[in-house]
Design a protein around this ligand. Structure first.
Ligand code: GAR
Length: 197
């Protein structure tokens, strides 16, 4: 069984999609055993508690350097014998030893069709605002491996979503989540756990 840690920072709807998929038997050969939040107040922690999943807060602010933060995260993963890390709305950038120790074992969901609207500074609603500002008619979501380039790792799955004329960043975010993120993230996790990637 692949031991999965999910990293979160906010509402945790992608974490919920993973929990629901697990309950429905759709995460084949994998189990979410740990949720790590970069924010103590993240609602995602309540979702973990409700689902009976162990959680921990590791805040960037608690460490002097980025290296110390990354090393602390790595220790948490090693203590729990984690095989796969899923970034589900995790708003800190990973770097250092954790990336080499978990090479091709960290995946992220990003709310656009990479390589559009991605990289440093593109997160959450900002991504959807940028897509609307540009005037693209189709956007979507991407699940990809994490490496040292922000949103630059190998793509695993993508799904396109139409942009509607009266969309706001909020309505677009909701549709991208419903039609893309909540589907392709559990799907990619299950594929990883079965050794299909
Ligand atoms: C999601 O849309 C996720 O793709 C995005 O933040 C949101 C988190 O929502 N992640 C990024 O922008 C990372 N670059 P959630 O907490 O409800 O899952």
């Amino acid at each position: 069984m692949v031991r999965i840690a999910v990293f979160v920072s906010g509402g945790g709807t992608n974490l919920q999609a993973l929990i629901d998929a697990q309950k429905a038997g759709k995460i084949v050969n994998g189990e979410i055993v740990l949720v790590v939040s970069s924010k103590a107040e993240a609602y995602a922690l309540r979702r973990a508690e409700k689902a009976g999943i162990k959680s921990q807060v590791v805040s960037r602010k608690a460490f002097d350097t980025a290296d110390d933060f990354n090393d602390a995260l790595l220790k948490v993963l090693q203590d729990e014998k984690i095989d796969l890390v899923v970034l589900a709305g995790f708003m800190s950038i990973l770097g250092g030893n954790i990336l080499s120790a978990y090479k091709n074992k960290i995946i992220n969901v990003h709310p656009s069709l990479i390589p559009s609207f991605c990289g440093d500074g593109f997160y959450g609603l900002r991504v959807h605002q940028a897509a609307l500002d540009y005037g693209v008619k189709v956007t979507g979501a991407t699940v990809h491996f994490v490496n040292e380039i922000t949103d630059g790792g190998k793509i695993i799955l993508q799904k396109a979503v139409d942009i509607l004329p009266d969309d706001t960043p909020e309505t677009l975010q909701k549709r991208v989540m419903e039609q893309a993120e909540w589907q392709i993230l559990p799907q990619a996790v299950s594929m990883f756990c079965q050794g299909l990637i």
